[in-house]
Ligand binder design. Structure first.
Ligand SMILES: [Zn+2]
Length: 119
């Protein structure tokens, strides 16, 4: 499933929210650029967790998927490497759940990403 995009109306609302967040962070930082940087980092990190889950989760999930898939890449059916296997989300809007992911080779991931671009 392709990621949902915003309509023109929704984009206007998103930009207004972003301007509001920026203005609130600037007010909180009170002219301290290092503090503004820290606030920005914190908000960015938390929002990215909302979308992708906390960083510990993918590592735990990788070990679990490796077991479930018996160490085999579902795309090319060859054995997966111990390290550097990639968690592929079936639905880009979905989270890093067991149902929504599979473990694949980095090369298979690159090929899949290219295929998805042309769909
Ligand atoms: Zn593969």
């Amino acid at each position: 499933m392709p990621n949902r995009n915003l309509t023109t109306d929704e984009l206007v609302k998103a930009n207004a929210l972003l301007a509001e967040i920026r203005s609130r962070m600037e007010a909180l930082a009170g002219g301290d650029n290092a503090l503004l940087f820290a606030y920005r980092r914190k908000i960015q990190k938390e929002l990215s967790y909302d979308e992708r889950g906390k960083p510990m989760l993918p590592r735990t999930l990788k070990a679990r998927k490796m077991g479930e898939q018996k160490g085999i890449c579902p795309r090319c059916l060859k054995p997966l490497p111990e390290k550097y296997a990639v968690l592929d989300r079936l639905d880009g809007m979905g989270g890093y759940t067991s149902e929504n992911t599979r473990l694949i080779h980095p090369d298979c991931d690159t090929a899949i990403q290219a295929e998805r671009k042309y769909r």
